[in-house]
Design a protein around this ligand. Structure first.
Ligand code: ACM
Length: 536
């Protein structure tokens, strides 16, 4: 009997201690748990939200909208000061700078919830944590918020997620949802892959054919490449500049910088369908690509002519005028060299400029565009092929063909974003036997979770150039929002912990436990995440 009582009490203790730990993702740096009697209650209408500074309005609005949408609860916002106020959520901008500019402190007691930071960004992240302290299944008020004390800040300054809107187009409302998904995971960069062979997706006023022609393809390959024919259905879409501005505003209110990508000199079939004179074979007909993949024989590239550079400068000027981001992604990947080999103009340019070969020409191309972008006060980011033939002086490298490019760039003292395809491509299957049409590669949740962005071979001085990492969602086989959510979740959760949480705090089995509660939140939000993890 004594043994039985002891087993039961141990089980109870285990239950209690488990229940005391809130399921936060990403895991915060430091957290202590208070007594249950110190829990805070959010009441319908009587709880107030106080902001010490108007700069905190985006964070307050995010919380007010969230709690209205998912709990039908009205909170009132006040800027009135009353030091004895009770039943209040205080958002405070502090004067003394935190050691990490994105740091926040969160304290919950029965009297109040206090979120403090020296930056509005930090307060916004505190709000994201507070949201995760809310019970996702609550049907009755008041909402109980667990008593905790948290000090938190990110491990990496660059925490990114990408979306390819060229292979398939995602409308404005989904792009905004996607930005919300990044925000609730404390990510701060959205890489918007706006142009590729399969469609040009941003209005450029000076070159209207980019969207009149380049945004539309006559059909799409059916099934997994090489496929079962072509559906013959006209497909496309694009964002007007007004829509782009709306998305930029929406992201800024969530402390997310949008990095637009304008691909060059390869991945340009949509451009060349609209303006074949910019290709190496201006007289041959071109069309927006309908089949996935890169084919040397089919995918022509930009001719490195003055006309092309003028065109690119005009496009980039409009893009840079629209996007406040200090960074512009210029692609640079998978540019087939056969076209420049066969082009008399390109060969002449190689001779004239004293370049070694076509790889030298690619480097010349990127250097030249970098100079223009730099002249506007902005910095280029490129895929790791921009290392080939010599890196442009100020470029940031996105390492996707493994980590080699990133390591080489860091050794050359260039900032690096790690996005190796074997760990960070969320378009790859989550299961060996996937239940949907998916790129034929495998990336399970655990591999994302266990990814370490700082390669062991870098010295500590070199490691400082690893700016962060990013997940990529290429959309060849992702044709609608539900599929995008299926591929994104819960791998986005794993990514957020790689990017935010201290390395020593990462633990996959503990993460899986916390994920259960996160998935209840996704149920509440109507997110169509992959449920198969629980069946394995
Ligand atoms: C890439 O996947 N081509 C960057």
């Amino acid at each position: 009997m004594r043994i039985l009582i002891s087993i039961i009490s141990t089980l109870l203790l285990f239950q209690v201690s488990r229940a005391q730990l809130p399921s936060l993702i990403p895991q915060p740096v430091e957290m202590t748990i208070g007594k249950a009697s110190e829990n805070f209650s959010i009441d319908n209408r009587s709880t107030q939200l106080f902001i010490s500074d108007n700069k905190l309005k985006p964070a307050a609005d995010f919380f007010i909208n969230y709690i209205k949408k998912y709990y039908n609860l009205d909170l009132s916002l006040t800027t009135a000061t009353d030091l004895n106020r009770k039943n209040v959520i205080n958002l405070t901008l502090t004067k003394v700078a935190d050691p990490n500019p994105e740091q926040y402190a969160l304290g919950v007691s029965s009297k109040s919830v206090n979120i403090r930071s020296s930056s509005a960004t930090g307060v916004f992240y505190g709000i994201q944590t507070l949201i995760q302290l809310l019970p996702p299944n609550a049907k009755a008020f008041p909402l109980q918020v667990q008593a905790v004390t948290i000090t938190d800040y990110p491990r990496f300054a660059y925490r990114g997620m990408h979306l390819d809107v060229s292979r398939h187009f995602f409308d404005l409302s989904f792009v905004k949802k996607y930005i919300d998904y990044l925000a609730i995971h404390k990510l701060n960069y959205f890489h918007w892959h706006l142009t590729d062979d399969h469609g040009w997706r941003i209005e450029i006023k000076k070159h209207p054919k980019l969207t009149q022609i380049g945004a539309w393809r006559a059909g799409t390959i059916i099934g997994l490449y090489p496929g079962n024919g072509n559906d013959g259905i006209r497909y496309g879409g694009y964002y007007t500049q007004e829509e782009v501005k709306e998305v930029i505003r929406y992201a800024a209110e969530r402390y997310i910088t949008i990095i637009p990508e304008i691909e060059m000199p390869g991945h340009s079939m949509a451009v060349l369908a609209a303006y074949p004179e910019l290709s190496t074979t201006p007289k041959l007909p071109k069309k927006v690509a309908e089949t996935w993949g890169i084919f040397n024989k089919f995918n022509n590239v930009l001719l490195p002519s003055e006309q092309t550079f003028t065109f690119l400068e005009e496009v980039l000027t409009e893009v840079m005028d629209l996007f406040p981001s200090p960074y512009i992604h210029i692609g640079g990947d998978e540019c087939s060299k056969i076209w420049w080999k066969q082009s008399a103009f390109s060969q002449q340019l190689i001779k004239e400029k004293g370049l070694k070969n076509e790889t030298g020409l690619q480097s010349y191309f990127i250097h030249r565009v970098e100079k223009f972008v730099n002249s506007k006060g902005k910095t280029i980011i490129g895929w790791d092929e921009i290392l080939d033939g010599g890196l442009a002086p100020n470029a940031i490298v996105m390492s996707w063909r493994g980590e080699k490019g990133g390591i080489a760039a860091a050794k050359q003292k260039h900032k690096v974003i790690m996005t190796p395809e074997n760990f960070m491509y969320f378009n790859h299957a989550q299961f060996l036997k996937d239940d949907s049409l998916t790129a034929a590669k495998f990336l399970p949740l655990a591999n994302v979770y266990n990814y370490e962005p700082v390669p062991a071979e870098l010295s500590s001085a070199e490691a400082k150039y690893i700016w962060g990492a990013q997940g990529n969602l290429w959309s060849e086989y992702i044709s609608n929002p539900a599929k995008a959510e299926y591929m994104l979740f819960p791998r986005l959760d794993a990514l957020s912990e790689v990017l935010w949480s201290p390395k020593a705090k990462r633990n996959f089995s503990n993460f899986q436990q916390r994920l259960k509660q996160q998935l209840r939140r996704y149920d509440q939000m109507g997110i169509k995440y992959s449920k198969r993890y629980w069946e394995n």
